[in-house]
Design a protein around this ligand. Structure first.
Ligand code: ATP
Ligand code: MG
Length: 176
């Protein structure tokens, strides 16, 4: 595997960039399963990409994997209208947010999202709406529909080097 390209972040944190060719929804689900092995309180994934890119698909796959690990079966409804859906999965709190309809970032403070960034695993769709609340040290994933097939997505993953390294290792050890 090609080692990740690295660059220096203004805060002196080394960022890595990793790109994935996700040929089918199953490839996105496999990445989500690998990601769920590094899921932890205080970890945040910012999910970018146009409508229908697969942001919710990825977030749902992470949540469903964590549920299965805890022997739980629950609906994973879309947070489109509620802004957030929260889950308690074993000892891990998970927040799934879709900020597309957010009108005022103050709503996020009322919902407690700022605190959740410290205490929960946060999966955030449309993170450009976060404004000044954008957390440091997040993993940023950008899904782009590919020109070479309806079910194909290009995924660009950027984040702190140690987290990207752990994600790559998890992907290798969960690969069939
Ligand atoms: N490789 C792929 N990865 C993820 N989803 C895919 C892929 N190929 C096809 N799909 C399909 O694309 C759709 C993505 O829908 P999804 O709701 O996840 O988009 P979204 O990015 O959350 O959009 P929105 O901005 O409206 O919230 C799903 O129906 C999914 O099955
Ligand atoms: Mg969505």
């Amino acid at each position: 595997m090609t080692p990740p390209a690295s660059s220096q972040h203004p805060s002196d944190e080394t960022l890595s960039v990793w790109t994935r060719d996700l040929a089918r929804p199953e490839a996105t689900a496999a990445l989500a399963r690998a990601f769920s092995t590094i899921a932890a309180p205080g970890l945040c994934v910012l999910l970018n990409g146009p409508v229908g890119a697969g942001k919710s698909f990825f977030a749902r796959s992470v949540i469903q994997t964590l549920m299965q690990r805890n022997g739980e079966v629950e609906d994973v409804p879309s947070p489109t209208f509620t802004l957030v859906q929260t889950y308690e999965l074993g000892s891990l709190d998970v927040w799934h947010a879709d900020l597309y309809r957010l009108t005022n970032p103050d709503e996020l403070i009322e919902l407690g999202l700022e605190q959740a960034f410290d205490t929960a695993l946060c999966l955030i769709e449309w993170p450009d709406r976060l404004g000044g609340l954008r957390p440091d040290g997040a993993i940023e994933m950008t899904l782009t529909p590919s020109l070479s097939g309806e079910d194909r997505r290009d995924m660009r993953i950027t984040g702190p080097e140690h987290l990207i390294g752990r994600l790559q290792a998890a992907m290798e050890s969960t690969a069939e």
